[in-house]
Design a protein around this ligand. Structure first.
Ligand SMILES: [Zn+2]
Length: 176
């Protein structure tokens, strides 16, 4: 049985996901990632599937939720693009739910805070698409291409929601 505290933190996590201005299907996906319910090898194994698990992005270790979405050296290169926009020191949390809880931009306008909250959605969706492309279509994109796709999706989602996308974001597109 869950304690009221656990229940509250679950509700507040759901509120955080749901209030984000990302497209609805992406928010549903983010929720699965935060709940560790997305069908990674870790989850498939837990369901009794016998599979040889390795991360298709780095090929260094087994595919777990936190490795794929937070700690894989491929994934951290995508996080690094966005983290370069803030001066805050950042230590990657252990779990995806923890990341959503602490992914808060301090300071800045309301619209900056709104686009900041879209970032984890965008990274996780991009990583999942690349992972599936490698696992099921035998097609690998370069890190440069994946970085570009992530920023492009981010840019378009912000525009779609009428968010003021700062010059900083547009500058990110430059060196890619
Ligand atoms: Zn990896």
């Amino acid at each position: 049985m869950e304690s009221p505290q656990q229940c509250n933190s679950k509700q507040s996590l759901w509120r955080k996901v749901w209030r984000t201005l990302a497209p609805t299907k992406i928010k549903c996906f983010t929720w699965l990632v935060a709940k560790k319910a997305c069908l990674t090898h870790e989850v498939l194994r837990r369901k009794g599937k016998i599979i040889v698990s390795w991360c298709s992005l780095c090929r260094n270790t087994a595919e777990t939720n936190q490795h794929l979405f937070l700690h894989c050296n491929f994934t951290t290169q995508i996080w690094a693009i966005f983290l370069s926009l803030t001066k805050t020191n950042w230590t990657m949390p252990e779990h995806t739910a923890d990341l959503l809880s602490c992914w808060i931009r301090r300071g800045g306008s309301t619209s900056q805070k709104a686009w900041w909250r879209i970032i984890p959605n965008c990274i996780w969706w991009t990583i999942w698409k690349e992972r599936n492309s490698r696992n099921f279509e035998d097609r690998s994109n370069s890190i440069q291409k994946v970085r570009w796709d992530c920023i492009a999706s981010f840019y378009f989602w912000c525009k779609e929601k009428g968010l003021e996308v700062t010059e900083q974001i547009v500058e990110l597109l430059g060196p890619l």
